[in-house]
Ligand binder design. Structure first.
Ligand SMILES: Cc1cc2nc3c(=O)[nH]c(=O)nc-3n(C[C@H](O)[C@H](O)[C@H](O)COP(=O)(O)OP(=O)(O)OC[C@H]3O[C@@H](n4cnc5c(N)ncnc54)[C@H](O)[C@@H]3O)c2cc1C
Length: 728
């Protein structure tokens, strides 16, 4: 499995061993042809070598696709293309978007080999309204769109069913931005909306199915979109904020409040980043919360929090910053409530993960009065938008943009930071000049190479994969050092390796598959084939329960079932523990049967699970070891040498984000390796959260601490950057 999860799959198979149907001589001009197509992520590139009548070699680069799904399908798809001698392949279950991209790219490469540019006449679509259903981001059901065609064109698209909005506030940006672009371009090749890739692909796939239902051929609707290549210069700003998630918005507000002119931008189609998924921040003895919820009385002893924190990080090197994180947490919250309209619903709705007596340590955002809650927490984008409205009104120059991705810092001839270069979704380059720059790009969870470099292993993302370490890399380009980059990623959720978003299984069957992963009464085996003891490494029992899996090698382990175990489930039902195993936040609905109720369809569940790499089935220990990618002798010892059919269910970490980032001082000024500050450059939120943490441990798991850091670091950096910019 570990081997199979390896991201960079450039696969090449030769024709030699395969019997293939031959085309007429002269069908192709012999040579090598390459084409790309958008898949689930950035897409696939296919290189096809042909002689006069056949495909002789295929190479499919799937390295930009999700490693655990599309990334693993490359080998099978290569074999299918060779066997089919063309683009008409079955594809791979669970990797439908990658498979469809391979089909289109092969078709385009072969069109080139036939001397055509592949953009001929489209097969006619009938007038009328047709519907298409496809998996999207939603956990509970698929998305359905109704698509109206008129005179061979797409006239209208309506999303009639989706469960994406139940899993966050991302879907709205895909619906609002993507559909008009598809109507305008009459092409499904328009880019997915950044930050809402799954929802965007869901919409595109629904439309593709509707095109087919209307008698057309969806593969012909991927006309390339031309990108612009001009450059826009924006200059004269005091402060430039890169990333408008939580810490970016809060930095922007604090800088604007000083009277500075501020330009901010975000790569995603909306502002708020991961911060709109949270319940809320830690805020110690905030006056606002005291008055509303504690009769004006203090509700926590901050000295105790400070001492616990210093003990946890085993160092006083950053004591001044941790002091701010503790003693300014309440004040920072009060500041944003008072000046930018933030609102919080409660105190003590959630207790600390670590110290039970800290029962009023963090609070919860007040949900949007119109849309209420989603399964990740209160809808709160409206609070960030309102804050930005107030902040932009403070200086007529103030503005912000979305769908603009920061790429690199700009320097003057002396090496001073003078701005940022960024790319708009339509290809336009922006050069944005400002006296100070605040980096707020939310860590590096979405950057596979960086995850591998730092941790030697990647893990499933529950948080934004837009966050690709751009801020950290920009800081490094200015000579900035990192601090506690190896703090373990934020994890509170374990689940199956791949959420099955199709209806190959019913919700009840999906619940059983999840229960097989989430049970802790089966032998648990690491990726190295050893016993995963679930040892309490985090030092406190509550934290151990919520974050323990992050200590497992490669952030995952396997629950191992023997054939006898499975036979028992089929005839006698789930155990007590299995029947109670549920996953916070990533539940797909469905009900688990009472213990003792036979699960007659267990074999179907396992077979489908195996297609999606949620189950490894092996007839011997040696075969299981090969599938896991571990030493057979080690695994044999762990399993007591018993030979039977084994079912290994991978249990994986689902992470909110990374923690370690740039080294900063107490002003959030980025520091060099020698500890000297880099003039004009600041880092906040997850781009600098290592300063509150320690390598090799889970992030300070008090409860709400990550979100609290966006308030504290945002207020400090915004104020400091504005002051420096305006006073020289
Ligand atoms: C599901 C979930 C639940 C959580 N619950 C809690 C909780 O209850 N309490 C808590 O304390 N913490 C919680 N967290 C963690 C918390 O959300 C984060 O620690 C916090 O939001 C980090 O804020 P940030 O500003 O660093 O990152 P973000 O809020 O993610 O903002 C980063 C922004 O940068 C943008 N960006 C990235 N790259 C670029 C680029 N190159 N150019 C321009 N923009 C870019 C992104 O689009 C994003 O908007 C949760 C996280 C998740 C995912």
């Amino acid at each position: 499995m570990k081997k199979a999860l390896s991201m960079f799959l450039v696969l090449s198979l030769c024709l030699a061993l395969l019997a293939v149907p031959a085309l007429a001589e002269g069908t192709y001009t012999p040579g090598t042809y390459t084409a790309s197509a958008t898949g689930h992520e950035e897409g696939v590139t296919v290189t096809v070598t042909v002689d006069e009548s056949s495909i002789t070699e295929v190479s499919i680069d799937v390295s930009n696709e999700t490693p655990a799904i599309g990334g693993m399908a490359g080998e099978a798809l290569t074999a299918q293309v060779l066997e089919a001698q063309g683009a008409e392949i079955d594809g791979v279950s669970g990797a439908s978007e990658t498979s469809a991209a391979v089909r289109r790219a092969v078709a385009e490469a072969l069109a080139q080999a036939k001397g055509s540019d592949g953009t001929g006449e489209k097969t006619a679509v009938a007038d009328g309204t047709y519907s298409g259903t496809a998996p999207s981001f939603g956990l509970l059901s698929q998305m359905t769109c109704e698509v109206t065609f008129e005179n061979g064109a797409i006239k209208d698209v309506k999303v009639t069913e989706e469960s994406d909005s139940q899993t966050g506030e991302w879907f709205a940006s895909a619906e609002e931005l993507l559909i008009p672009r598809i109507l305008d371009a009459q092409s499904l090749e328009v880019d997915a909306i950044t930050g809402a890739t799954s929802s965007s692909n869901g919409i595109k796939n629904c439309i593709a199915k509707a095109i087919d239902a209307a008698g057309g051929n969806a593969d012909e609707w991927y006309t390339p979109i031309e990108k612009k290549d001009d450059t826009v210069v924006i200059d004269g700003y005091d402060v430039v904020v890169v990333g408008l998630g939580g810490s970016g918005v809060l930095s922007y507000c604090a800088a604007a409040d000083q009277g500075a002119s501020v330009f901010g931008f975000d790569a995603a189609g909306k502002i708020g980043g991961n911060s709109v998924c949270t319940y809320g921040p830690m805020a110690l003895n905030s006056e606002y919360l005291k008055d509303l919820f504690n009769e004006g009385q203090d509700y926590i002893n901050p000295d105790e929090v400070y001492d616990t924190w210093i003990e946890y990080v085993e160092s006083e090197d950053k004591a001044d910053i941790i002091y701010e994180a503790v003693y300014s947490s309440g004040k920072a919250l009060d500041y944003y409530v008072e000046n930018f309209g933030f609102e919080f619903t409660g105190l003590g709705l959630l207790g600390s993960f670590v110290v039970p007596s800290w029962d009023k340590e963090w609070c919860v955002y007040t949900p949007d009065p119109e849309t209420g809650w989603n399964v990740l927490g209160p809808n709160k984008t409206y609070q960030f938008l309102r804050a930005m409205d107030l902040a932009t009104s403070k200086n007529e120059k103030n503005q912000y943009m979305t769908e603009l991705t920061g790429e690199k810092l700009l320097f003057d001839d002396d090496g001073n930071v003078i701005g940022v270069q960024a790319k708009y979704y339509d290809g336009t380059t922006y050069e944005i000049y400002g006296k100070t720059v605040i980096l707020a790009t939310g860590g590096f969870l979405g950057n596979h190479e960086m995850m591998m470099e730092v941790y030697g292993s990647d893990l499933n993302a529950m948080g934004d994969t837009v966050n690709k370490g751009a801020g950290i890399k920009m800081g490094q380009s200015a000579g900035g050092a990192t601090y506690m980059l190896h703090t373990l990623p934020m994890v509170h959720i374990s689940q199956v390796a791949n959420i099955i978003r199709t209806d190959d299984l019913t919700p009840d069957q999906k619940a059983i598959l999840s229960a097989l992963a989430l049970t802790t009464d089966m032998p648990m085996v690491t990726t190295g084939g050893e016993v995963w003891g679930n040892a309490n490494q985090s030092g406190t029992q509550d934290a151990a329960v919520s974050v323990e899996i992050v200590f497992a090698p490669d952030f995952m382990y396997y629950n191992i079932y023997t054939q006898d175990d499975i036979d028992n489930i089929r005839t006698k039902g789930l155990s007590e523990a299995q029947s109670q195993a549920t996953s916070a936040f990533l539940s797909q609905g469905g009900t688990l049967p009472e213990p003792g109720t036979p699960v007659e369809d267990i074999d179907t569940i396992l077979e489908v699970g195996a297609k999606f790499n949620d189950v490894l089935i092996a007839g011997s220990i040696a075969e299981l070891a090969e599938k896991i990618g571990c030493d057979a002798a080690v695994l044999s010892e762990t399993l007591g040498g018993v030979e039977t059919t084994y079912y290994a269910v991978p249990v994986t970490s689902w992470s909110y984000g990374t923690v370690g980032g740039l080294d900063v001082d107490v002003n959030m000024n980025v520091l060099r390796e020698d500890g000297s500050p880099i003039a004009n450059l600041y880092a906040v939120g997850q781009d600098s959260e290592g300063v509150c943490n320690i390598d090799g441990k889970a992030y300070t798991p008090w409860g709400g601490q990550a979100q609290s850091w966006t308030f504290v670091s945002g207020k400090i950096a915004g104020t400091a950057a504005a002051t420096v910019a305006m006073n020289g």
